[in-house]
Design a protein around this ligand. Structure first.
Ligand SMILES: *Cc1c(COP(=O)(O)O)cnc(C)c1O
Length: 463
């Protein structure tokens, strides 16, 4: 429908404008278990509860906006990944999705390893007691200082990302009298996202060393010659929010192809292969992610098959899920402010946060769900767009969603599946204060990352 065709439609339009949505759900009070954290339910009063705590209480105690994280769900997902891969593989949680000391402790306790990609992430991991040998250090432009700290602290592996870095890490390790375990990150020409993947010969991106033109083989040649390095494997990461495993199949085929070249040329079989992260989660009811055990089975089979064909012994596999562990475990709790119906279009629902606490909608055109959580409602559904309080028209949190038409200022709404890449990408745009991360567990709530204050902001402003 064109906008002009319905200049003065009803508030919750009978005729809906174009957008990314299906028909309104039969019952807006129903919470789809796929997109909400595991312990989420509605109590007898219709109020959403998580970890045994209701959101009205959470808002009173901790304010809004706030990220509410379900500890049992986080631990459960971490454990599911760990169990799915068993003892023949390693699971590295990708810290960039969301990292705090509480998360590091849970990962440690649940037997997972941890990926970091900056000095700050490394400092957080070490300060919360993650053993250094269970940490992998990533990044396309690690500073000399970061490399030195990583080597000195004894990280289990550094993932080399360029020819220059091969020399740099070798040099630093040697000067510290160490031999650093490393993997080489290669780009195999596979780029995967959601339901599709593209396979090309060349990959036009900043990460990794191209398999094309023998560059990855040359990188291996150089790494094997340097005393400061112990080359333990090859790394490949092909994309994000992936549902279809066929991209991994092509990637594994190409990585194993390189292992074969290395075996033939150098007579060494590298003992490890890392297939990266990127496994998808449900942001809306339309998404159908796979379970960790299915993913583990598929990936293990792919690598085993490829290695058998190449007559290589199967290397130890590692994977690096970030989003798939933390993403579904948290939601963002907002208070509704201004509600602005635009006749024939949609109703703009403003919340007390926005693109500063969730940049993914603006950045990636990401889709999210939303629900009224401080009460149940039998009102008609209205087509809504949830927007923030920033001075920016692209400040959208949920582009198209149905909310009850009796929604009013003071109601609480929640956006599920915001555990990954929301707090970790949060900004201070408009000098808005970054929200806290509140953990709920067995009827208790506690702050693990506190809300920023104006004092925090002003402390950095030393002019
Ligand atoms: C981002 C990233 C991950 C994690 O990706 P998710 O989509 O959160 O699973 C894993 N490994 C590498 C190298 C990455 O860059």
């Amino acid at each position: 429908m064109s906008r002009s065709a319905h200049p003065a439609g009803p508030r919750h339009a009978d005729v809906l404008p174009e957008g990314h949505y299906s028909a309104p759900p039969a019952d807006l009070n129903t919470l789809d278990g796929k997109v909400w954290a595991q312990t989420v339910t509605r109590n007898a009063d219709g109020v959403l509860t998580v970890g045994g705590v209701d959101v009205v209480t959470l808002a009173e105690q901790h304010g809004t906006p706030a990220y509410i994280l379900d500890e049992a769900d986080f631990r459960g997902r971490a454990r599911a990944w760990r169990t799915a891969f068993g003892n023949d593989a390693d699971v590295f949680y990708a810290g960039k999705a969301f990292l705090s000391r509480a998360v590091v402790r849970w990962l440690h306790e649940e037997g997972l390893n941890l990926d970091v990609c900056s000095g700050g992430e490394l400092a957080t991991a070490l300060s919360a007691g993650m053993p250094a040998d269970r940490i992998a250090f990533h990044g396309n432009n690690k500073s000399t200082e970061e490399i030195r700290r990583a080597v000195e602290s004894g990280v289990g592996r550094i993932v080399l990302d360029s020819f220059q870095e091969i020399v740099r890490v070798a040099h630093i390790a040697q000067s510290l009298g160490k031999r650093q375990r490393v993997q080489i990150r290669i780009t195999v020409g596979v780029e995967a996202h959601t339901h599709e993947f593209i396979a090309t010969a060349h990959e036009d991106q900043k990460f990794g060393i191209p398999l094309a033109d023998g560059q990855a083989a040359e990188a291996v040649r150089r790494a094997l010659q340097l005393d400061g390095l112990e080359l333990i494997g090859i790394h490949s990461h092909i994309g994000s929010q992936i549902f279809d495993m066929s991209g991994f199949e092509v990637a594994a085929h190409r990585v194993v192809g390189l292992l074969k070249v290395i075996r033939d040329e150098h007579g060494v079989e590298l003992p490890e292969i890392d297939l990266g992260g990127g496994l998808g989660i449900a942001y809306t009811s339309d998404d159908d992610p796979r379970e960790p055990h299915e993913i583990a089975k598929a990936l293990t089979e792919i690598v085993t098959r490829e290695c058998e064909a190449a007559r290589l012994s199967t290397p130890r596999i590692s994977v690096e899920p970030g989003r798939a562990i933390v993403g579904p475990t948290a939601f963002t709790l907002y208070e509704v402010g201004t509600v602005k119906p635009l006749d024939g279009l949609r109703t703009y629902v403003s919340v007390d946060g926005g693109m500063s606490d969730n940049i993914r909608t603006a950045l990636y055109d990401a889709e999210y769900s939303v629900a009224l959580v401080s009460r149940a409602s039998d009102a008609e559904p209205m087509l809504a767009r949830v927007v923030g309080k920033h001075c920016e028209s692209g400040d959208i949190v949920v582009k198209d969603a149905f909310l009850p038409s009796d929604l009013a200022p003071g109601d609480l709404i929640a956006v599920p599946a915001t555990g990954a890449y929301c707090r970790s990408m949060a900004s201070n745009y408009n000098h808005v204060l970054r929200p806290p991360v509140v953990v709920v567990h067995e009827g208790e709530s506690r702050v693990v990352v506190r809300r920023e204050t104006e004092e925090d902001l002003l402390r950095l402003d030393v002019g």
